[in-house]
Design a protein. Structure first.
Length: 296
């Protein structure tokens, strides 16, 4: 049983004759008769009442058996769903319907993406955007579990089953208050950084993991005075001189009473937009990826 046969049965049930149904389907009447016969044989039932009166001289219409009526009802529902599916896919192909599900690290969600999201929304007003913010580990987990279709992750998190594009390369800087003793330094070493009280993201963020791995490699103690995932709170703690931190350079804005000082030597973070190669992304997701790549 296939869609073609269901269309034939539905047309036959609606038109009430092989002649009219064949005309509606734009096929020859013998081809329609053979198609219905094959459908009956595949199901092992009789769908059409084949007696001498089924196209009787009294003008009576062709009739279906009980099995034929039941299948015709299913056929109408299935054909309606097929039509809806075709319309849905066509609208997605025309980017008039669809959803972009993306997971991003908190700093990018707050400082890199907002203007780009609005510009993308302006270009594709009918597409839905679902943004999930968290740590880089959250983004990676959601991508692996197919909770999102695309994610922005670090270069270190790329896996063989991912396709990706390098989205941006951003410098990691030390953020200190304007009155902090390190504020006038042109560069800060890791040793100097770890001598200070720190405010850091909670576990699950790449920045924290990277910094702790560097401290371990240098056999240095880490004094974490505050832990929070709220970027604005981190900036307030730093601005008031209670602790220092490390963030992407984009996080420190001109109006912030904070100095952004490069590490010495400089540290850069490569961020990639990635998706699962074994689960091809849809047209809406691909349009979003291309938009970001063309609007760095």
């Amino acid at each position: 049983m296939d869609i073609k046969q269901l269309r034939q049965l539905e047309a036959l049930a609606t038109r009430g004759s092989f002649t009219l149904a064949a005309k509606q389907l734009n096929i020859a009447q013998p081809a329609l008769s053979q198609g219905i016969k094959r459908l009956e044989e595949s199901l092992g039932v009789t769908l059409i009442n084949r007696n001498k009166h089924y196209r009787g001289q009294d003008g009576s219409r062709l009739t279906l058996t009980a099995e034929g009526e039941a299948l015709a009802q299913h056929a109408r529902l299935i054909l309606k769903q097929v039509k809806q599916a075709e319309a849905h896919i066509k609208s997605m192909a025309n980017l008039t319907k669809g959803e972009v599900r993306i997971a991003v690290p908190g700093m990018l969600g707050s400082y890199y993406l907002p203007s780009r999201l609005m510009a993308f929304r302006h270009r594709y007003p009918d597409l839905k955007l679902s943004l999930f913010e968290g740590g880089t580990r959250d983004s990676l987990r959601m991508l692996q579990n197919e909770e999102v279709d695309i994610a922005i992750i670090t270069g270190q998190d790329l896996q063989p089953n991912f396709d990706s594009h390098l989205l941006l390369r951003e410098q990691m800087v030390v953020a200190v208050g304007e009155d902090h003793p390190l504020a006038e330094h042109s560069g800060i070493t890791l040793e100097q950084f770890f001598e200070q009280e720190l405010v850091m993201f909670k576990p699950g963020y790449f920045h924290r993991e990277w910094m702790l791995s560097q401290a371990k490699a240098l056999d240095l103690e880490v004094n974490i005075a505050f832990e929070t995932n709220l970027i604005n709170l981190i900036k307030q703690v730093v601005a008031q001189g209670f602790a220092i931190t490390s963030v992407l350079e984009m996080v420190i804005e001109a109006r912030d009473p904070i100095r952004a000082i490069p590490f010495s030597p400089a540290v850069h973070l490569d961020l990639h937009i990635a998706w699962n190669r074994e689960r091809p992304i849809g047209l809406a997701d691909r349009a979003f990826v291309e938009f970001l790549m063309n609007n760095p």
